[in-house]
Design a protein around this ligand. Structure first.
Ligand SMILES: Cc1cc2nc3c(=O)[nH]c(=O)nc-3n(C[C@H](O)[C@H](O)[C@H](O)COP(=O)(O)OP(=O)(O)OC[C@H]3O[C@@H](n4cnc5c(N)ncnc54)[C@H](O)[C@@H]3O)c2cc1C
Ligand code: FES
Length: 303
């Protein structure tokens, strides 16, 4: 009798399936697939289009357990309307207090902008990769944002300014179209005077009262001396902006693995289940949103 040997799996995929499949993935997801009930405690109008939402998770134990790393995001749910991914904009050290800077662009963000303090929302997360600030210890750090990019950059700014002793020179560069589009202007003096970090602001279209830099954010890089091996950069903003900034930094000698960006894609689940956010075989929600620039250039159609 001929013996038929059935191979249980394709040996070429051995590594991929070395671990037993866990369709529920609870072991990996831990608490992240549950919705925290939360309340909007305060809402600050920052500009015409953006508001800052202060959020508190209702349950004491859940609030105590919630923690995140700079660069991670949450899914904000308005039951019956939808869910949106939003970067956490507050300090990772302020336990139980979450701030989200949200631009009004469509259905869910529009409804959030119409909400009043006391409104209830759902939160899932935190999700995604973070800026590797541990790697940057002892080094110079450039924190560069364009427009709404200051929202994901604010958590690393908090971390770096609260732990200044861990880093060498810290410099923040921020660019916007017009002075009235600048976000968090009430914090600039604090960053400059209290924390003594370098802060340069540039606008493309100045108004009559503007006395600062005028031009594109890349022009701020003309004034700095950069020690490529001792410097890391975090660059947040629209792809066209971070592409120009990163290419300029690369021309100045900064290795691409020393530059980190945050990629945005439309997302649905936030946890690698729905395939809504793929770039090729990479999931922006779990493999990102934070990537080093070298990886971004190697992701087809990422930018
Ligand atoms: C990881 C991540 C972090 C984000 N952080 C922030 C943040 O801190 N602050 C903030 O204001 N926004 C942030 N966004 C973008 C935000 O998620 C979208 O603006 C939001 O989902 C729009 O939802 P909506 O229902 O209001 O708009 P919709 O009614 O769904 O769409 C309105 C318009 O917005 C566009 N749009 C929708 N989703 C996205 C998206 N993900 N990226 C680009 N364009 C989109 C649509 O194409 C459409 O033109 C982030 C997105 C991701 C993926
Ligand atoms: S958002 Fe569902 S897989 Fe990334």
């Amino acid at each position: 009798m001929t013996r038929v040997v059935l191979h249980p799996y394709d040996v070429r995929k051995e590594l991929a399936i070395a671990k037993p499949l866990d369709f529920n993935r609870r072991t990996q997801l831990k608490h992240v697939d549950r919705v925290f009930k939360a309340v909007l405690t305060n809402i600050v109008q920052l500009t015409e289009q953006e508001k800052l939402f202060h959020i508190r998770i209702l349950d004491d134990a859940e609030r105590e357990r919630f923690s995140f790393l700079p660069g991670q995001f949450v899914m904000v749910e308005l039951p019956g309307y939808g869910e949106v991914p939003i970067s956490i904009s507050s300090s990772p050290s302020s336990k139980g207090h979450i701030e989200l800077c949200i631009r009004k662009v469509g259905v869910v963000t529009g409804l959030l902008h119409a909400a009043r303090p006391g409104a209830r929302v759902g939160l899932r997360g935190p999700f995604g990769t973070h800026f590797p600030l541990g790697k940057m210890r002892g080094k110079n750090v450039l924190l560069i944002a364009g427009g709404l990019g200051i929202a994901p950059l604010r958590a690393p700014i908090f971390y770096v300014t609260e732990n200044l002793g861990e880093f060498a020179e810290v410099r923040i560069m921020y660019g916007a179209k017009r002075p009235k589009d600048l976000l968090f202007d009430y914090q600039y003096e604090q960053w400059r005077r209290i924390y003594d970090v370098g802060l340069d602001i540039i606008v493309e279209h100045p108004d009559d009262g503007w006395t600062g830099h005028v031009g594109l954010i890349t022009e701020l890089l003309d004034d700095i001396d950069l020690d490529p091996n001792e410097t890391f950069a975090i660059v947040c903003g629209p792809p066209v902006m971070f592409k120009f900034v990163c290419n300029r930094l690369r021309d100045m000698g900064l290795p691409m693995q020393h530059m980190f960006v945050s990629l945005e894609r439309r997302m649905h689940c936030g946890m690698g289940k729905c395939c809504r956010c793929n770039v090729g075989s990479t999931f922006t929600c779990i493999d990102g949103p934070v990537f080093d620039y070298w990886s971004v250039l190697n992701l087809k159609e990422a930018i």
